[in-house]
Design a binder for this molecule. Structure first.
Ligand code: EPZ
Length: 422
């Protein structure tokens, strides 16, 4: 398995263009199934998760090409709605294919996505939402069979603003008969991007970004060309890396409004941030200040996907910070690895108490999930000495060639691929 080797202690500096958003591109690729014909998507990042989604779409019979950041997807030849278990297990969020497959084919067969390092990843809200639209759902072992001769609009309330469930329901309701309302909907920017994409195909959806989304079902949708929003989590990761290495970095192609909660936290830590249109400049020349209390919550509050990265900054802050993870029950696994680099962190239930230390020390550490892996890279960049990050396939799921991206900002980082023993 590949690993990253990092010589720490060098401040990041320079300019970087932020990649397209993985968590916007994935549901938009799924939504492309709602229209027969050729959809073209620009600014789609070259990531393992995108590859898996394209392979699933090919398994369903679509033709898909991805080059130079553009995906050309022909769904005319889609001929099945059964998603292979092996591919579903590679990417749990493929569960939001249920909605578009059900809307297009009247039935679909998927598999329970199962849990992962960060949590159980339940899908009850997805299934309840599709049932409210008229779907009959049967679970046989870990197989889920879903049928609906006709989807009909409904009033749906989510007990938790689940991102995936909101997306699944939006996509199924787009072709349902009548009106659907989703209350307590997720408000993430990726939901807004999905609404813009669906409406560009001829859907009638309003309210994405608020907690109530209304969908007036239409007869059919038309393929279109669409550009995906920038990745706010990749941008946030780079901003934290700049702060943790006491560097000076300019980020291009961002949407600062998507990062308000992170910008607020970083400014409380004493990091200088200047915003100019879609440009964010991050600078930090001194030891950061502790941030008394950060609680991860649904958007627009502080995102769980930046929790582990900001924790690294706080391990080097002057004082004690508290971070509480309320979204995923297993998203503090990076604490053990950071402690092996000299961090002083105590965990009590879902809260981490972080006492700043003068420095971190390089070590060999293991990525347990996508964002924990990114956090360990930031720790390696800030640490004194050499850090080796293993299991970096997790990181490749969400960051385009992270070592290339960071080397361009002056980082001393290389990827090592073990020579296969013949
Ligand atoms: C999306 O996951 C993102 N993934 C995640 O990003 C992100 O962390 C998460 O939203 C929260 O913002 C994609 O968009 C592809 P949820 P999703 O449904 O849709 C519980 C990354 O690092 N829940 O909002 O799976 C669930 O167990 C990834 O890029 C139910 O109980 O998130 C979890 O505790 C990681 N029942 C919480 O809600 C359900 O039916 C949040 O889940 C669905 C979810």
């Amino acid at each position: 398995m590949d690993k990253l080797v990092i010589e720490g202690g060098k401040p990041l500096s320079g300019t970087i263009v932020i990649q397209g958003a993985k968590n916007a591109a994935l549901p938009i690729l799924a939504a492309s199934l709602l229209a027969e014909g050729t959809t073209t998507l620009d600014h789609v990042p070259d990531l393992l998760d995108i590859d898996v989604m394209l392979n699933i779409l090919r398994e369903l019979g679509c033709r898909a090409e991805h080059s130079g950041g553009t995906v050309v997807l022909d769904t005319d030849t889609a001929h099945t709605s059964h998603v292979p278990e092996s591919l579903m297990r590679q990417m749990r969020s493929s569960i939001f294919l249920m909605g578009p497959l059900l809307a297009r084919f009247g039935e679909t067969q998927v598999y329970l996505p199962g849990g992962c390092a960060i949590g159980e990843r339940k899908i009850d809200l997805h299934l309840e939402g599709l049932q409210a639209l008229g779907a009959e759902i049967e679970e046989i072992g870990n197989r889920i069979i879903c049928r609906a001769d006709k989807l009909r609009g409904a009033d749906i309330h989510l007990s938790f603003p689940s991102v995936g469930a909101t997306e699944n329901i939006m996509m199924a309701a787009a072709l349902a008969e009548g009106k659907t309302t989703i209350s307590n909907a997720a408000r993430e920017p990726e939901i807004q991007d999905l609404q813009r994409f669906l409406n560009a195909m001829g859907a009638k959806i309003m309210g994405a970004g608020s907690d109530t989304i209304t969908i007036d079902g239409v007869q059919s949708l038309t393929p279109c060309r669409y550009k995906v929003i920038p990745d706010r989590i990749v941008a946030g990761t780079i901003m934290v890396a700049a702060a943790a290495t006491r560097g000076q970095v300019t980020l291009l192609n961002t949407q600062p409004a998507h990062l308000s909660s992170l910008i607020h936290v970083l400014r409380r830590a004493g990091v200088q941030i200047v915003i100019d249109g879609d440009i964010i400049k991050v600078g930090n020349a001194s030891r950061p200040k502790a941030v008394e209390r950060i609680v991860t919550s649904p958007y627009p509050a502080f995102p769980t996907d930046l929790q582990s990265q900001v924790m690294v900054l706080l391990t080097l802050a002057d004082g004690v910070s508290v971070m509480k993870e309320t979204i995923f029950e297993g998203r503090l696994k990076h604490v053990d690895e950071l402690s092996r680099m000299g961090a002083d962190i105590r965990v009590d239930m879902n809260a981490a108490f972080i006492r700043g230390v003068p420095r971190l020390y390089g070590a060999t550490v293991e990525a347990t999930d996508l964002r924990a892996g990114a956090a360990l890279v930031i720790a390696g960049l800030a640490a004194q000495g050499r850090t080796v990050v293993e299991q970096i396939h997790h990181i490749d799921r969400g960051y385009e060639k992270i070592e290339t991206m960071l080397s361009r900002l002056g980082a001393r980082i290389s990827r090592y691929s073990p020579v296969p023993n013949n």
